[in-house]
Design a protein around this ligand. Sequence first.
Ligand SMILES: Cc1cc2nc3c(=O)[nH]c(=O)nc-3n(C[C@H](O)[C@H](O)[C@H](O)COP(=O)(O)OP(=O)(O)OC[C@H]3O[C@@H](n4cnc5c(N)ncnc54)[C@H](O)[C@@H]3O)c2cc1C
Ligand code: SF4
Ligand code: SF4
Ligand code: SF4
Length: 405
Amino acid sequence: MITKIIENRGMNHEVSLCPPSDCTGCFACEAICSQSAISQFIDKEGFRYPRINYEKCIGCGACERTCPVINPIKKYQTGKIYAAWSLDDRIREKSSSGGVFSELALATLRKGGVVVGASMDVNSGYIYHSIVTSEEDLDSLRGSKYVQSNISGSLYRSISIILKEGRVVLFSGCPCQVAGIRSYFKDCENLFCIDLACHGVPSPELFKMMFDELKSAVPHLEKYNFRQLKMWGSCTSPNIVVSNLRQPVLLTGKYTFYQDAYIKGYSLRSNCYSCQYSSVNRIGDISLADFWGIGKMRPIDASYKKGCSLVSLNNERGAYLYNEIKQALFCEEREIEETIEGGNTHFQRSCDRPSERDSFYCDVKSLSIDELIIKYNLSLISKPTIFNKIINKVYNLLRVFFRRK
Ligand SMILES: Cc1cc2nc3c(=O)[nH]c(=O)nc-3n(C[C@H](O)[C@H](O)[C@H](O)COP(=O)(O)OP(=O)(O)OC[C@H]3O[C@@H](n4cnc5c(N)ncnc54)[C@H](O)[C@@H]3O)c2cc1C
Ligand code: SF4
Ligand code: SF4
Ligand code: SF4
């Protein structure tokens, strides 16, 4: 337990944040502390945790009261479930599933609201939550980034200012992040929350270690996509955008070890293996997921292959939001069992903790990437498929042809 008796300024209170093994890193505690006594530190695995500076702490207990692990937030029962996708193919191509997040975000921005979600700083390799106020900047939030996104106390305070101005905020993130936000803002009328189905998150420092090596091998790297956004159906196809090539390049070889370790569950934050949010009862107004398994119970429009979101409307506010964007979507009511039976287990239970997890992060410190790959039998995308090769060839020929004209 992070615990200490505070005898400061006449107060006597035992301050105890939740145990590190349960802490999600939502940083609602950091945000609520009026004395700036809580800061973030990076542990030996590269995850962020709160630390109390007892020189500053006055023992008010606000951090404990706001921690959603100590005081769990009431969940909503899943309501109607839809299979859905954006009718705009350009949005769908840029999204991980069916682009429903983008449609919700666009509707919010067009009404003068703001959108909060995870974006990546390609210079540093870090993922963090940021506030987007224009359609042009929305691109940075699109697509799943399989790393823990950092949320700072100052982000909470910026959201607070926006809400006080009477503007709508659409927050999107992993369910534990939504729990932190809901705990801090209570039932704020202008705050809408989207939670994602969640397999768990690896450490930001692990991703950065791989990304730094990748960048030194590919100096003109402009963007890293965790999934091949044009082809729905696989989480194992990371690709990069390089400034002197016009189409994304599928990553092959050793740098794909990160994604394989993620999918096998070797690299998740400790608390993710006992996640209280991996359930059909949800924390957000709306939940979004990949509709893995769609079509298994009964047929659906064949275009689902271009990307299909699962949308769960968890309360009246969620239904209201969804109604606003319905005309921009293909949507069909389905059952939650379809995705659970299709292998999307995170509506029922969290990821199992494999035995490899015990040593994985120790080895990250002492072994090279090549040695990690051998020890953990990480399978790699070793070479581009024949289809990829043909597409690349045709594309390059066309480019030469049009340049000559
Ligand atoms: C870490 C992670 C694990 C996931 N695991 C599953 C799973 O097991 N099963 C499943 O069905 N779906 C999972 N998803 C959700 C799924 O991949 C899509 O994000 C979801 O279907 C929405 O897709 P979209 O096409 O509507 O929008 P997209 O444009 O693809 O989604 C973008 C949204 O995701 C948010 N986001 C991206 N990266 C992060 C991050 N690191 N932390 C917090 N928010 C982030 C952005 O803020 C934005 O709101 C996961 C997503 C993430 C980020
Ligand atoms: S008890 Fe109060 S002052 Fe101390 S860390 Fe928590 S919120 Fe800050
Ligand atoms: S509020 Fe969030 S970051 Fe702080 S101790 Fe609780 S779970 Fe951890
Ligand atoms: S698995 Fe649970 S605790 Fe881990 S990131 Fe996802 S929602 Fe948060």
